[in-house]
Design a protein around this ligand. Structure first.
Ligand code: SF4
Length: 399
């Protein structure tokens, strides 16, 4: 197999990292030679400092072979680990943690298994959306165990979002940071083996392609991708995401995940905040496969997102909406009371109801109290509307 990073790519965009996928059949060293000046992260099996490689990320397949940590260490290469979280691995993350710590690994990236390719054929291995709350708690617990011993755990872009864990998952400096939306086609590009340029390496080719390296320039491809950039989408998502408090910032999380489930962007049932807010109403979501993947590269199947009550009975999707008001603006900050992100325009934290304004800070104390009360009334009105929706008689729906 021959690999060559097209010269046009190098000349027309500012590359700072190249991720290589595949290469199980060889050609890996040539690829690294071509990319080494950009810094290489890879999931590949073979590696070597003679190629200029400085770090390697290994996938731990907990059901098959032992990862070659020592081989990398012998080459003087720092080792990171990538792990997929799915129905098979979700209860074994503690085991993986102990293994990598024992081998001196310092970086661990996790991501959810996405409903594409083989994972569609074997859909039983996919997490259900209601599993996300437990996974999020486990990951946060591991992050807290890892920090004092100098191990960095990075939940991937397809994991999240917000709720009580967000600042712990994303913050790398003293400034609390949060997920800012899918950047496919904006700060990330994918390049397929046939030269197809798309918004992200994981996405399917046709809906997210901006052209090919054979037929045009990278610059033209980036321009063609501009209307497809998820963060710039004007239309809101369907389902809970479109009503979500965080919509202006998040826009449905990872496009790879949402496309895998619904064949489109902006409706992500694998969200921690979404699962939590639905659980507060006694609701949960379940994904059910409707169609197989057709068996082509980067293929997806088709799934339906069902809404169920706590007894497992299917209920109207109209109930699966966020009860919190969706504010204007995009700037978030941490609530000092509950450590969840809220918009800077908010006077009362929508998560813990703590007032954020100090008396005398530009507003009279009485006015502050009135505004806080008005916010509380609006919140109660929304809760009453939801209750009346729940109590409307509904025709029975088959599972
Ligand atoms: S519900 Fe959707 S829009 Fe809201 S935080 Fe989750 S993924 Fe983002």
């Amino acid at each position: 197999m021959e690999f060559s990073l097209p010269t046009g790519v190098v000349q027309s965009v500012a590359l700072f990292q190249v991720t290589l996928q595949g290469f199980e059949n060889g050609g890996f060293h040539d690829a690294i030679n071509d990319c080494q000046k950009f810094g290489v992260v890879t999931c590949g099996r073979k590696f070597g400092q003679q190629c200029g490689q400085r770090s390697v990320h290994l996938e731990i397949d907990i059901y098959a072979r032992e990862p070659k940590f020592e081989d990398a260490a012998a080459e003087g290469i720092s080792v990171g680990v990538n792990t997929q979280i799915n129905a098979l691995s979700k209860d074994r993350l503690g085991e993986v943690f102990d293994t990598i710590v024992a081998h001196g690994v310092k970086f661990w990236q996790m991501q959810l298994t996405v409903a594409m390719g083989n994972a569609v054929d074997n859909a039983d291995i996919l997490l259900q959306p209601c599993d996300i709350r437990g996974v999020a708690a486990t990951v946060t617990d591991l992050i807290e165990r890892a920090r004092p011993i100098g191990v960095r755990i990075f939940p991937g872009n397809n994991m999240g979002y917000f709720a009580e864990h967000e600042h712990l998952w994303r913050t790398l400096t003293s400034e609390p940071t949060h997920w800012g939306g899918c950047t496919a086609g904006e700060t990330t590009l994918g390049l397929e083996a046939d030269g197809t340029i798309k918004g992200c390496p994981a996405l399917p080719s046709d809906p997210y392609s901006g052209g090919t390296t054979r037929g045009g320039s990278i610059r033209n491809a980036i321009e063609a991708l501009a209307p497809k950039v998820p963060r710039k989408a004007h239309s809101r998502g369907s389902g809970f995401c479109g009503s979500c408090y965080y919509w202006n910032v998040c826009r449905g999380g990872c496009t790879w995940v949402t496309h895998g489930i619904s064949g489109t962007k902006r409706d992500n049932p694998y969200c921690n905040y979404r699962a939590r807010e639905l659980a507060k109403k006694g609701l949960r979501e379940r994904v059910v496969k409707l169609a197989e993947a057709p068996g082509r590269p980067f293929d997806f199947g088709r799934f339906e997102i069902l809404v169920e009550n706590e007894h497992g009975h299917r209920v109207s999707k109209r109930l699966a909406v966020d009860s919190k008001k969706r504010p204007r603006g995009r700037k978030l900050e941490l609530c000092s009371n509950c450590n969840e992100f809220l918009f800077t325009t908010e006077r009362v934290c929508p998560h813990c109801r703590a007032s954020r304004l100090r008396p005398g800070a530009g507003m009279a104390g009485a006015e502050l109290k009135v505004r806080a009360l008005l916010d509380n009334i609006a919140e109660l009105e929304r809760a009453v509307r939801m209750l009346s929706l729940q109590e409307q008689p509904k025709p029975p729906v088959d599972n």
